[in-house]
Design a binder for this molecule. Structure first.
Ligand code: HEM
Ligand code: NAG
Ligand code: NAG
Length: 501
């Protein structure tokens, strides 16, 4: 009896304290996602737990406007000017509690919290990912032609036997082979299009990581400590992990050994990274340097494998659902047969249909939808010209919510590449501002130009000579998972190939 009385009294005191805290808080003028959000994060954690964060954010912003309160100190932002332009500037640090829950391993660029540390690292890594470097890289030319050749061999077989092909898996293989070749040189690239064992290992590891992330970002402390119990089998497969780490260690050691004798024309990214780490800190012990480079490479490999695998396979899927756009694309690709003094990489940048098809898929099928939380600095900030948000508030945006806004994108759920081709220059510039597949600002994706060149070149390889179409027998769920990296729910996407020439 006494316990009940004391318990109720404590609860009432807590409610009163919460209400008073909220009345003093600078966030009280912002529309609430749910009546409970000023007092508790439970609502936010529950939509995350139930994998409804995407839908909820899209609908909330349609109903309540561009700034919505989703927790006691959490705000969701869904506009460009006075919105993401402000919160993704270099003044806002990443939210440590989110990014450290996200990855076990920290110390690489994505997980760095403070912007000063980050700026130094980014300066060391960014050059070989710049657009001019990517367009002129011989290392990338040679790995792309090797992977394209392998892919053509594969397609010839699939087309002649009428095989139903898991293009999600094949796309992941292509991307892993290209990224490993760019990082370590063609001689040391993986060859998973031929021998998919490695790709399977990486997919297994990614699945457990995604599951683990979901648990850790949707449970309330102290439950996070028990996440592995609650989630069942979420520990990484030790055999797959062992094989993967052994390969990475070997390839880094080999790259290091060969570094002094490599001519600049065949330099891989490893060679660049090594030189920049050495220049930044000549006395850094070799083992430290090797492990810094290894975690960055590991991250770039998995971003390419999953992120680009998702994007390429969904582009193929949408083209298979829409034969008219597939024909329009092919017609444009056939113009590449005309001789030109420009390289293929440069010519790909000038193909409007190809660009529209890729951009529209980046919009509807963003592989990493976020949200990406940032912390408001002590000086506070003002959003959409009217809400003064105090320091310490966690603000975040999600690519899906931005991309499914019906104002810049009427009928946002429809995949319609034409929307990029039939508007005037001003409207187009406005629409482009809303595309947030790779984030924006000081910490936007470093792999954007690499991603665009690789995506476009592989689409040329496929759609110049082949047609893809839906496999009627495939009934898997091709919607994306509402998690940090968003694979197809079925785990595969099946299509068929037909040779055209
Ligand atoms: C379709 C594929 C990809 C998507 C959708 C994607 C998306 C993103 C997004 C949204 C961010 C910002 C994350 C944040 O604010 O916390 C990011 C950061 C990053 N991405 Fe990607 N990415 C892709 C491919 C790649 C590739 C191929 C690389 C390889 C280099 C890469 C390397 C990075 C790195 C290093 C960062 C951190 C940048 C920094 O902190 O300065 N990504 N990516
Ligand atoms: C995100 O929400 C939109 C709008 O409700 C929906 O069309 C889309 O399928 C959702 N995606 C996921 C992965 O939940
Ligand atoms: C990397 O390439 C070199 C040179 O061809 C070769 O000797 C070495 O075994 C390769 N290492 C790996 C891990 O593929």
């Amino acid at each position: 009896m006494l316990a009940v009385v004391v318990g109720s009294a404590l609860l009432i005191l807590w409610i009163i304290a919460s209400i008073r805290r909220n009345n003093k808080c600078g966030l009280k003028d912002i529309p609430n996602a749910h009546f409970s959000v000023p007092y508790s994060r439970l609502w936010l954690l529950s939509i995350r737990w139930r994998k409804l964060e995407n839908r909820s954010r899209i609908h909330l912003h349609r109903r309540l406007g561009p700034v919505v309160r989703i927790g006691p100190r959490d705000v969701s932002v869904n506009c460009i000017d006075d919105g993401i332009r402000t919160i993704y500037s270099s003044k806002f640090d990443k939210d440590a509690s989110f990014y450290h829950a996200l990855f076990d391993q920290t110390g690489f660029m994505v997980t760095m919290i403070g912007n000063d540390e980050h700026r130094r690292r980014r300066r060391m890594l960014a050059h070989p990912y710049s657009n001019s470097y990517i367009l002129n890289s011989q290392t990338l030319d040679s790995i792309l032609s090797r992977v394209s050749r392998r892919l053509r061999e594969g397609m010839a077989g699939w087309a002649s036997t009428g095989t139903s092909v898991d293009v999600y898996q094949q796309a992941k293989c292509c991307m892993l082979d290209v990224a490993s070749g760019y990082l370590f040189g063609s001689e040391n690239a993986t060859d998973t299009l031929q021998d998919p064992g490695f790709e399977n290992d990486l997919t297994t590891l990614t699945k457990t990581t995604t599951k683990y992330l979901h648990l850790r970002t949707s449970l309330i402390w102290p439950m996070t400590y028990f996440s592995s119990l609650i989630g069942g089998n979420v520990l990484p497969d030790p055999v797959a992990r062992g094989r993967w780490e052994a390969w990475l260690t070997r390839v880094i050691t080999d790259s290091y050994r060969r570094h002094p004798t490599k001519p600049p024309s065949t330099a891989s990214l490893f060679d660049h990274f090594y030189d920049s780490f050495k220049a930044a800190d000549p006395d850094m012990p070799l083992n430290d340097m090797a492990s810094f480079i290894a975690v960055e490479c590991d991250d770039h490999l998995s971003a390419s494998h999953i992120g680009l695998g998702i994007l390429l396979s969904y582009t193929m899927y949408e083209l298979s659902r829409d034969p008219d756009w597939q024909r329009a694309l092919r017609k444009e690709l056939l113009t590449l047969a005309k001789p030109s003094d420009k390289s293929l990489a440069h010519r790909l940048a000038d193909l409007p249909v190809l660009d529209a098809v890729v951009t529209e898929t980046m919009r509807t099928r963003a592989p990493c939808p976020g949200p990406f939380p940032r912390v408001v600095p002590d000086s506070g900030c003002r959003l959409v010209g009217k809400f003064d948000v105090p320091g310490g508030t966690v603000v975040s945006s999600s690519a899906w919510a931005l991309h499914f806004n019906p104002v810049p994108f009427p009928s946002p759920e429809e995949w319609r590449p034409g929307r990029w081709l039939e508007v005037d220059g001003n409207t187009l510039a406005e629409m482009r501002k809303w595309i947030w597949t790779f984030g924006s600002g000081a910490r936007a994706c470093i792999g954007t130009h690499f991603s665009m060149r690789v995506m476009k070149e592989l689409l040329v390889t496929i759609y110049t000579d082949y047609e893809t179409f839906l496999d009627e027998g495939f009934t898997g769920n091709v919607e994306q998972e509402d998690t940090f990296s968003s694979s197809p729910l079925a785990g595969c996407v099946k299509l068929k190939f037909r040779r055209l020439t």
